[in-house]
Design a binder for this molecule. Structure first.
Ligand code: ADP
Ligand code: MG
Length: 256
């Protein structure tokens, strides 16, 4: 039986991604494929290129070389060279990202923070955006914080608002860059719970994290990056408990 093209290629393909800053390599020839619904955790020392690689996937950073394709469309193409610039802009918008710093608008309520991009980026009506925002705030356990400003919320609540804001744009994939690193363990745990539920609901996720327990429990695959390269990858349990490469062994010995 003939297969549809979207069934034959991985959902997200990053191919030979390299990034240089002033001639210095930050990411060196990283290739990674992610299937629909898969959760990939990325670990590695500080300064090893994890954030830079993640930023290439949602086009916050243009790679020096290499391509990223989502659903067969090259997200890294120049807009002018692309056959359908509007589709490309739409696609880029649907790569969600959650940062260590929550980047909420301080003068807007939780509800308004989750509504805003829906109205401006997607052209949804206020009513539609509000309904979606309320449903998502409820989903992350924050229905009763809807009318509070970020400074009236805990860090964990702020990060959950940021996750709701990302989900409001109907992302195809969500990239998390150390989403709990700025939080106390207790507040980080409530964020990890939301992320776990999101994974269980089938969201495609790439998560840069230092939370090894989360990686082992939730991720389908664990990737260890050092000096801008993938050193080792595999099932989280295998990599964490039985790392093969000396560099991975040293890193895990230091952090576990
Ligand atoms: P990680 O997220 O693993 O800590 P980063 O991707 O932030 O690592 O950084 C990788 C390397 O690239 C580091 O040496 C960092 O100093 C450098 N770097 C990151 N962003 C920039 C930038 N915008 N300009 C110059 N150098 C950068
Ligand atoms: Mg980083």
């Amino acid at each position: 039986m003939a297969q549809h093209s979207e069934d034959t290629q991985p959902f997200l393909v990053a191919e030979n991604i390299s990034v240089e800053f002033n001639g210095k390599p930050a990411v060196q020839d990283i290739s990674l494929t992610v299937e629909r619904g898969e959760v990939v955790a990325i670990i590695g020392p500080s300064g090893s290129g994890k954030s830079t690689f993640l930023r290439c996937i949602n086009h916050l950073q243009s790679p020096t070389s290499g391509t990223v394709r989502i659903d067969g469309v090259a997200i890294t193409e120049g807009r002018d060279r692309h056959p359908n610039a509007r589709d490309l802009a739409q696609l880029r918008r649907r790569v969600g990202m959650v940062f260590q710093q929550f980047n909420l608008f301080p003068n807007l309520t939780a509800l308004e923070n989750v509504m805003l991009a829906q109205i401006h980026a997607l052209g949804r009506s206020k009513q539609e955006a509000r309904e979606k925002a309320l449903a998502l705030l409820d989903r992350v356990g924050l229905a009763e914080r809807a009318n509070h400003r970020p400074d009236e919320c805990s860090g964990g609540q702020q990060q959950r608002i940021a996750i709701a804001r990302t989900l409001a744009l109907d992302p195809l994939v969500v990239l998390f860059d150390e989403p709990t690193s700025a939080l106390d363990p207790e507040l980080g745990a409530e964020v990890l719970t939301v992320m776990r539920e999101l994974a269980e609901a089938g969201m495609t996720m790439i998560v840069v994290t230092h939370e090894m327990q989360f990686a082992e429990d939730v991720a389908d695959r664990l990737v260890f990056i050092s000096d801008g390269r993938i050193v080792e990858e595999g099932k989280p349990r295998d990599v964490l408990r039985n790392p093969q490469h000396p560099r991975t062994q040293r890193f895990l010995h230091a952090v576990l």
